[in-house]
Design a protein around this ligand. Structure first.
Ligand code: MTE
Ligand code: HPA
Ligand code: MOS
Length: 762
């Protein structure tokens, strides 16, 4: 690794991943007395458990115990915020698939045999499954959330044209390759150690402590890596962690719980599906003056993170457009389905898709290229608006906008105009095969939209041989965070990344951390690690300058060497040893909090985001009008990553995000039966994109700039979530293709599956 040039640094676990030696929770060697847990799930979606007869289960071979809500010494809750996610159902059940008991067994095979002996009876009530049923029953989790500016009601009546419409937007299963999993190791004196696949080790610590009735310091949580998370392990890893903790405390033995794929899909929440209805007033050129969007969201049986997700949806409902009179409303509906949760983009994608739909429909109405309508409504680039200072509907000044410049560059590099002309021409003569093309923008706000979460800590140790140990509060889920933070520390010391050991995230090493989410992992933890490493470096420099009777500014750390007065004096290792002999502290913590952000919850105004990420994509698609079959042919992306810390990782995030977004918008379909059974609970019925669904031709480029205007680490920009929404270009390319066979506006709903595309032409 030390030989690799910094530009082409591999993912820190690349070799382990490809050789199968990377250790995930299920691979951790466990003592031979480790027990295995199998969960009993509710078969109904709404009602009361009248009897739960589990004695016959307990009598089966290899069964150590059966646990229910009665076995919880502390609080029966796994929720992130609102206290409304029981670990084991207590009397009432709220969704089909809800956990009602756990079987603790010597092996999982024995547990599977024994669980058949469970006898559970219910008193069923009619469930609320669909958004329509939830609306009819006024089944709301909380009062609606609103973001607005100007005066929609009066402005809309003074526009040349008004359109009303609606789009339904499907949910999405995370389909992380590694399912939910947790392992608890009981220790002496009530201490317990949890290994779990979670984006949020600190929250796991808190939930486990509350469940067991212990102070936080008795519980330590370790996360080395996840096999993908995508938001699905921000809050929903709490449940398996709490269950293994209860079982381990009760039996005094290590306990492990692995959800199999079907259980995982039935138990856990997904991306929220929305029905978004809109009313828009615009002039003859397509310039929008007034827009109201109402998002009806299916939240499932509890709040989970739906409040913050609704807020992010509202704060992205104007996407890259200046809407002087805007009224965005979110209704959070409670349904008897799993509790929907964070998923890449965190409500942003749904908000933005509704906005792009509005633009697409306006363009169709005015017979204009949607890209022209987009351009006419863009926020102005900030260079030009120093005076005017456009504000978002939530009151944030737009000071870093580049969307006009970026899309013009993409329009040229993708040859958008010529290709659109050629497609429109050839669609006129091609009978069954139609093509479509669209250019859509993305503007995504970076920071957690809850102020207190924007903080991070790190721990750096330099050992006396010069090897460096790094720990921070962020978690690795495949996104390359550890590789980036390691490089930041290595560069601070002027050494190669191979000399910095990345260690598992551990609540004992760095406490009180936030979830690794909101794409802010590198911004937050990278800066905390930089601060920790810089403090050690300053101490080393100060000591060496005394030894060599020079100024601190004469001491340089470069290429594993210490250079003083322009002369190589020693290696970094020798310097570390010298400092240790000189009794210099070579360990430091670092702490960072994002500056300049604030939020007034009552007014719904503030500066929630430290900066925005911008990007745009052009997608070209083809459909077969006889069958609805469809394919993405070519995708051109121009995306702003600021000054990249690792271009290969950033490119991977852009391509991966796009394909995951494409899956959401064109393939992945969740189907619940009337009784709340998830019909699509395995890869047999739920289709995620594979390599063969990726665009045939990819042109992915970074937008060239001097780096982030905000003072982030290395002036880089967050990259995890924003590219997901670039896939909207494919969705609207399908809409374009369909418009060639239909007089009326196609009004495509998401996902644009084969069936959707076939029926939308009718
Ligand atoms: N990339 C991979 N490979 N696996 C993941 O689970 N999660 C995404 C994104 N990219 C994810 C991913 C989500 S939802 C977020 S918020 C960010 O990564 C989190 O990591 P970061 O803040 O370090 O970018
Ligand atoms: N993203 C992800 N998780 C969060 C956020 C967010 O913006 N806010 C609160 N939790
Ligand atoms: Mo990502 S949805 O913020 O974990």
């Amino acid at each position: 690794m030390s030989k690799s040039s910094p530009k082409h640094e591999f993912h820190d676990s690349a070799m382990l991943h490809v050789t199968g030696r990377a250790i995930y929770v299920d691979d951790i060697s466990v003592p031979s007395n480790c027990l295995h847990i199998l969960l009993g799930l509710s078969r109904i979606a709404n009602g009361k458990i009248t009897t739960m007869e589990l004695d016959e289960v307990k009598k089966m071979p290899g069964i150590i115990d059966v646990i229910t809500a009665k076995d919880i010494p502390g609080i029966n809750d796994a929720s992130p915020i609102f206290g409304d996610d029981p670990i084991f159902a207590e009397g009432n059940v709220f969704y089909n698939g809800q956990v009602i008991f756990g079987v603790i067994a010597e092996t999982i095979e024995l547990a599977k045999k024994a669980i058949k002996k469970a006898d559970v009876t219910y008193l069923e009530n009619p469930p609320i499954i669909t958004l329509k049923q939830a609306k009819q029953n006024k089944s709301l989790l909380c009062p609606p959330k609103v973001v607005s500016q100007g005066d929609f009601a009066s402005a809309v009546n003074h526009c040349d044209h008004i359109i009303d419409g609606e789009i339904s937007i499907g949910g999405q299963e995370h389909f992380y390759l590694e399912g939910q999993v947790a392992l608890a190791m009981p220790k002496e004196n009530n201490d317990i150690q949890i290994f779990v696949s979670s984006q949020h080790p600190s929250e796991i610590q808190h939930k486990v402590a509350n469940v067991l009735g212990l102070p936080f310091h008795n519980v330590s949580v370790e996360v080395r890596r996840m096999g993908g998370a995508f938001g699905g392990k921000e809050s929903q890893a709490n449940l398996p962690a709490c269950i293994v903790a209860i079982a381990a405390q009760k039996t005094g033995r290590p306990c492990k719980l692995v959800y199999d794929r079907d259980d995982d899909m039935r138990i856990t929440g997904k991306r929220h599906d929305f029905v978004s209805s809109y009313k828009v007033g615009f002039n003859k050129n397509g310039v929008i003056n007034a827009l109201r969007i109402q998002h009806d969201m299916r939240c499932g049986m509890s709040m989970d993170l739906s409040g913050a997700i609704a807020e992010r949806a509202l704060m992205h409902s104007e996407n890259s457009y200046y809407i002087p009179n805007a009224e965005f409303i979110a209704n959070l509906y409670k349904t008897n389905t799993p509790s929907n949760t964070a998923f890449r983009g965190f409500g942003g994608p749904q908000g933005m898709l509704a906005m792009e739909r509005v633009i697409d429909e306006i363009a169709h109405f005015l017979k204009l290229d949607p890209y022209i309508v987009r351009k006419r409504n863009f926020y102005s680039d900030s260079e030009k608006t120093k005076q005017t200072q456009q504000q978002t509907p939530y009151g944030q000044n737009i000071t870093d906008c580049i969307i006009n410049d970026l899309t013009v560059k993409l329009e040229k590099s993708s040859d958008y105009q010529n290709r659109r002309k050629e497609i429109e021409k050839s669609n006129k003569t091609s009978n069954t095969i139609k093509r479509g093309i669209a250019l859509t923008p993305v503007k995504f706000g970076i920071s957690f939209n809850k102020l207190m979460l924007n903080q991070a800590g790190a721990l750096v140790n330099v050992y006396s041989d010069g090897s460096v140990f790094l720990n921070h509060g962020g978690t690795e889920m495949g996104q390359g965070l550890f590789t980036k933070v390691r490089k930041i520390v290595a560069e601070t010391f002027g050494i190669s990344s191979g000399n910095v050991k990345i260690s598992a995230t551990d609540t004992n090493k760095v406490p009180n951390t936030s979830a690794t989410a909101a794409s802010s992992g590198t911004d937050l933890n990278g800066m905390a690690a930089y601060i920790a490493a810089s403090q050690i470096k300053e101490r080393m420099i100060s000591y060496l300058s005394q030894l060599y009777q020079c100024d601190c500014s004469d001491v340089l750390f470069l290429d594993e060497k210490i250079i003083i007065f322009g002369e190589e004096k020693m290696t970094f290792s020798q310097a570390a040893e010298k400092c240790w002999m000189g009794r210099i502290s070579l360990s430091s913590t670092g702490f960072y909090k994002t500056p300049d952000i604030y939020w007034d919850d009552e007014k719904g105004k503030g500066r929630p985001f430290y900066y925005f990420v911008y990007g745009a994509a052009v997608s070209e698609v083809v459909i077969d009008t006889l069958t609805g079959e469809n394919r993405v042919i070519r995708v051109d992306i121009l995306h702003d990553v600021g000054r990249s810390i690792n271009p290969a990782i950033d490119k991977g995030q852009i391509e991966g995000g796009f394909v995951q977004g494409l899956g959401w918008l064109s393939m992945e379909e969740l189907v619940y039966a009337n009784d709340g059974t998830l019909m699509t609970h395995s890869p047999a019925t739920y289709k995620i994109p594979t390599c063969s669904d990726a665009p045939i031709q990819w042109n992915v480029d970074f937008y060239k700039s001097g780096g982030n205007l905000a003072e982030t680490i290395n002036r880089s920009k967050a990259v995890g979530e924003p590219p997901f929404m670039l896939a909207m270009s494919a969705f609207f390319a399908y809409s374009h293709a369909l418009a060639s066979v239909k007089e009326k506006y196609p009004g495509l709903n998401s996902p644009a599956t084969t069936e959707q595309i076939y029926f939308t032409q009718q």
